[in-house]
Design a binder for this molecule. Structure first.
Ligand SMILES: Nc1nc2c(ncn2[C@@H]2O[C@H](COP(=O)(O)OP(=O)(O)OP(=O)(O)O)[C@@H](O)[C@H]2O)c(=O)[nH]1
Ligand SMILES: [Mg+2]
Length: 337
């Protein structure tokens, strides 16, 4: 049996191996993803982002438990967890901490937890994470929680990947309106104020509400920036239905350490899921996400292809000409292509 088949029949060790192959962007990983791709698209992907230490991992832990041992009408689901730490590859300590905190979940075959430390690569965080999510999806995990530390681009990447994005704030951190970046509010489908047991919850809530009023109402739009996805999609009408009803991100208060507010948070997630499934937004979101992923892969493939057709000597000679100011970088590129 190949790796992909073993993943499909629920072999956890094979799934772990596959995730490593995908993380390392190996041909084996890409081949397996290609075989598994038609089994994907079933999971609901939940992004969990926010400033360091707001309680994202604790919340992910609570959410996973709630989907495994559901109460009050919450559907039971198999849960995959991906903890992405884009900040540095040397964060073994933090990741270990997450593992320890997630001990409640150990030994349950309906849960799969994976930490990854992304490294700089052509495809970058978005494509590698997307591949790992696809593997978990094909393996039958119906809810996939992806945690990233809010650090700029990574939140945007997660929003592209996730169907529902939770932005986690904590009192004391978000009191200063300046501290609540408009960008992060724009990607939030649900705002969570965790550590609701701490003082200052009302101040944080008021600050969030004030910012929400400024940022909304506007339907979520996808920004491509100067990426290959922008080229791929240029001039293509990606269907973005105007939703009959705007989604105003609800603010949910939780205390992860006491497992409080988790039921409300799950209700909000399920509501958002119903919203995007019912109005066509899920479809346009996924088409966009796919275009983004293909854009990154296309760029990589074209560059590799092009690089094979050019000798080191040729390239060096051109660089030398640019260095000695005989030609400009632009002229050099014209010669190269
Ligand atoms: N008082 C209180 N503490 C909490 C709550 N949730 C989490 N914590 C604590 O806050 C600290 C950070 O929690 P984590 O879950 O690791 O936070 P995180 O956002 O995942 O942190 P990073 O991944 O490092 O960004 C831990 O000591 C938790 O026990 C809460 O609701 N109330
Ligand atoms: Mg964490």
């Amino acid at each position: 049996m190949g790796l992909a088949d073993e993943v499909l029949v629920g072999n956890r060790l094979s799934l772990a191996r596959l995730l490593t192959q995908i993380e390392n962007e190996t041909p084996v990983g890409r081949q397996a993803i290609s075989e598994l791709y038609r089994f994907t698209g079933r999971a609901h992907i939940i992004g969990v982002t926010g400033a360091p230490g707001t309680g994202k991992s604790s919340l992910v832990n609570c959410l996973a438990l709630a989907f495994r041992q559901p109460e009050g009408g919450i559907p039971q689901a198999k849960v995959g967890i991906l903890a992405v730490d884009p900040s540095s590859p040397f964060s073994g300590g933090a990741i270990l901490g997450d593992r320890v905190r997630m001990k409640d979940l150990a030994g349950d075959s309906g849960i799969f937890i994976r930490s990854m430390a992304t490294r700089g690569s052509l495809g970058g965080l978005a494509v590698t994470t997307a591949g790992m999510v696809q593997a978990l999806d094909a393996a039958g995990f119906e809810i996939i929680l992806v945690e990233t530390v809010g650090a700029g681009q990574s939140e945007i990447d997660i929003a592209r990947l996730a169907h529902t994005t939770l932005v986690v704030e904590a009192p004391g951190l978000g009191d200063d309106i300046q501290a609540i970046k408009a960008g992060i509010l724009e990607i939030a489908d649900i705002l969570v104020i965790n550590k609701a047991d701490q003082p200052g919850v009302d101040v944080t809530e008021r600050a969030l509400k004030a910012n929400l009023d400024l940022a909304h109402p506007s339907p979520h739009t996808f920004r491509t920036g100067k990426t290959s996805a922008a080229f791929l999609l240029a001039g293509m009408p990606v269907e973005t239905p105007a939703p009959a009803e705007l989604w105003i991100p609800p603010i949910v208060k939780t205390t992860a350490t006491e497992k409080k507010g988790v039921g409300e948070l799950i209700q909000a997630i399920l509501q958002h899921r119903g919203y995007i499934e019912g109005n066509g937004m899920k479809r346009s979101h996924e088409i966009f996400r796919t275009a983004y992923e293909m854009g990154v892969l296309l760029e990589e493939a074209l560059l590799q292809d092009w690089r094979q057709g050019i000798s080191d000597v040729e390239l060096e000679a051109l660089l030398e000409q640019v260095y000695t100011r005989q030609i400009s970088p632009w002229e050099a590129v014209q010669k190269l292509v």
